[in-house]
Design a protein around this ligand. Structure first.
Ligand SMILES: Cc1cc2nc3c(=O)[nH]c(=O)nc-3n(C[C@H](O)[C@H](O)[C@H](O)COP(=O)(O)OP(=O)(O)OC[C@H]3O[C@@H](n4cnc5c(N)ncnc54)[C@H](O)[C@@H]3O)c2cc1C
Length: 410
């Protein structure tokens, strides 16, 4: 394992830092993040402007081929930029799904003409994309989805419902996984298409979250017509295409936006402990703090291992699933402890009055979502069990049964 940047990596890091310092505010400098201070419309405008600057300065599509408008650099450069960007309040969330998952899927499967039309505008932040996979009874088992597409001339006619679609309400385009053949086993009858989110028959209904936000939606399709030319990877190959999207998702849903052991340690210097005196003097709390520190260090070293592999041009394996389990659970645990320590004031969420500007309360409400998005804890543990530890595979009784003959398919 080599912890040091190569000269080329160090030069890139310095350039990235200079760009970020010139365009963004460091995290923590303002009491509330940009996303909290601005209305959604203002935040989207700020996000689009920042993405355009990134593209102009050569920090967008870092690993994408030059002919796609990218920089053609190895993945380690993308990791370096993300590390540096994480220290700033960057309005990049609206592009995470499009640039992290949808456009890489288009690059892999769309025609040259389609790539020429869609890749550059997404990279410059002019168009936002969403990912329409999950349904009310198809989340972890997304291949059980029921949204139907039936061919009619040169169009697919689509009927059904998706759920938890992040950003659907402000997206211009979406990639959509549909069932085109219910007579074959569930993974084989799927097809991936992309569509204009303003097509007639698309209805987006926001879901209100406990945080007060509405980041994701239900999306209903009623006789929505999508040109067959907007099929990605060919009819019946939707599962293969979806795996490419999901592989990118595991890489995109990585970090943990919220307080870590350092922040709760700072908070514990001021907060009162259960026996009076500072919380930081409490033995039980100190033990938990040590545990969070050890996990965070383990995670950091695991990431260094991934970075070393990337730096050598190798592909990181399924062990990156371990990182998401650690960060998501650690965030839930730390925010819970931060709220508990505030006793009955823990329910106050307004940054103006809550301790530590309400940091623990806000992140506490986001933590459960992080444990679900991009693969739940249990699904990731299955991946680790099967692909890292080589344990026997989960029992899959529906593998060779036609979808229409499954209880879920009726
Ligand atoms: C913040 C957030 C953003 C999201 N954004 C999007 C988006 O943009 N587009 C999109 O398509 N989807 C999105 N999703 C949906 C997400 O992909 C699903 O919620 C996720 O795949 C889990 O599916 P589910 O909610 O249906 O739960 P289920 O799959 O029904 O799981 C319920 C419980 O059963 C467990 N379980 C399921 N199968 C197994 C198994 N084989 N072994 C052991 N335990 C199992 C799960 O771990 C979980 O605890 C988002 C979700 C979140 C939280």
């Amino acid at each position: 394992m080599d912890f040091n940047d190569t000269p080329a990596e160090a030069e890139f890091r310095a350039r990235a830092r200079a760009f970020l310092e010139a365009n963004l505010t460091p995290k923590g400098k303002e009491r509330e993040s940009l996303q909290k201070r601005l209305t959604e419309r203002e935040y989207l405008a700020a996000a689009k402007a920042y993405q355009a600057k990134k593209a102009q300065a050569g920090f967008a599509g870092i690993t994408w081929a030059k002919e796609q408008g990218g920089q053609g650099l190895p993945p380690i450069f993308s990791v370096i930029f993300n590390q540096e960007e994480a220290r700033f309040d960057a309005p990049s969330a609206p592009f995470a799904i499009g640039l992290g998952m949808c456009i890489p899927t288009l690059i892999a499967f769309a025609s040259d003409e389609q790539k020429a039309r869609f890749v550059a505008p997404a990279l410059r932040g002019e168009e936002i994309w969403c990912q329409l996979f999950s349904e009310p009874s198809a989340g972890s088992d997304v291949a059980a989805l029921k949204t139907r597409a039936v061919r009619d001339g040169d169009d697919w006619v689509i009927n059904g419902q998706k759920v938890w679609t992040s950003g659907a309400h402000y997206s211009d385009w979406g990639i959509l996984l549909v069932r085109t053949n219910p007579d074959v086993p569930k993974h084989k009858g799927l097809t991936m298409v992309f569509l204009d989110m303003r097509s007639p028959g698309v209805e987006v209904r926001p879901i209100h979250q406990m945080s007060g936000g509405s980041n994701f939606n239900e999306v209903y399709f009623t006789d929505v017509r999508v040109p067959v030319s907007q099929t990605l990877g060919g009819e019946g190959n939707g599962w293969t295409v979806a795996l490419v999207t999901l592989m990118n998702e595991r890489l995109a849903v990585g970090g943990s936006p919220g307080p870590d052991y350092r922040e709760i340690m700072e908070f514990a210097r001021e907060a009162s402990g259960p026996q009076g005196g500072a919380l930081l003097a409490d033995g039980h709390f100190r033990q938990r703090l040590a545990d969070w520190y050890v996990r965070a260090e383990g995670y950091k070293l695991g990431k260094f291992r991934t970075m070393t592999a990337l730096s050598k041009g190798e592909t990181p394996g399924p062990e990156s699933s371990i990182g998401k389990i650690i960060t998501a659970n650690q965030l839930a645990d730390i925010t819970n402890a931060g709220i508990e320590a505030q006793d009955h004031f823990g329910i106050v969420t307004e940054p103006d009055v809550a301790a530590a500007d309400g940091l623990f309360q806000q992140s506490y409400m986001w933590a459960p979502g992080l444990r679900i998005a991009g693969g739940t804890d249990e699904i990731l543990k299955n991946i680790i069990a099967e692909r890292v530890l080589g344990l026997p595979a989960d029992v899959r009784v529906d593998k060779d049964v036609a979808f229409k003959d499954l209880p879920a398919g009726r």
